[in-house]
Ligand binder design. Structure first.
Ligand SMILES: [Ca+2]
Ligand SMILES: [Ca+2]
Length: 178
């Protein structure tokens, strides 16, 4: 009796897999544990400066996994039509359960974590792709204010809040969200 009940549902399940998972051109979703975690679209006076002392806009990633992730070949962009706009070079990794900062300053010659584009405070977005060019995460905003970031709480998994005490390369939970 159990078999009679089980069999049709299994056939249905396999049929569904064939339709959904094996269709031509189907792109597997990324299994990366890395997420967009905080964005400061307009950095004028607070907090972090980069290695040369410039107050540039930044985006922070967060590794929600239990192992470090090699970010070589990942890419960040502000334009979904150009997913490979700023490809992260070899030698950049993000530790387990940790944040890592990238400068959106349009000067990649300043270092491996300097992107080839800047943010627009009015209406903009940032997208993260893995080394196989699969989209990992996206965040879009309107009306960013100077020195106020957008941050996930809890880190890597939570909702996005405006944060008036940006936490560059530090956990968001300490001062963002409510
Ligand atoms: Ca800079
Ligand atoms: Ca942070």
């Amino acid at each position: 009796m159990t078999g009679n009940v089980f069999f049709p549902s299994r056939v249905f399940h396999l049929a569904l897999l064939a339709i959904v998972g094996l269709g031509p051109g189907c792109v597997e979703p990324s299994d990366s544990p890395v997420r967009l975690n905080e964005v400061l679209p307009s950095n004028s006076s607070l907090g972090c400066g980069d290695e040369v002392g410039e107050r540039n806009d930044w985006v922070e990633l967060y590794n929600t996994g239990d192992r470090a992730v090699d970010l070589a070949g990942y890419s960040l962009t502000d334009d979904s039509a150009s997913p490979r706009k700023s490809v992260i070079p070899d030698g950049v990794a993000i530790e387990a359960r940790s944040p890592l900062l990238f400068w959106a300053d349009g000067t990649p010659e300043q270092g491996k974590r300097h992107l080839s584009f800047k943010f627009n405070a009015k209406l903009e977005g940032v997208l993260l792709y893995d080394a196989e060019a699969r989209q990992v995460d996206v965040y879009r905003w309107t009306d960013a204010y100077s020195d106020i970031s957008f941050a996930r709480v809890p880190d890597g998994t939570g909702e996005w809040f405006r944060c008036d005490e940006p936490t560059c390369e530090a956990d968001n939970s300490s001062s963002c969200g409510s």
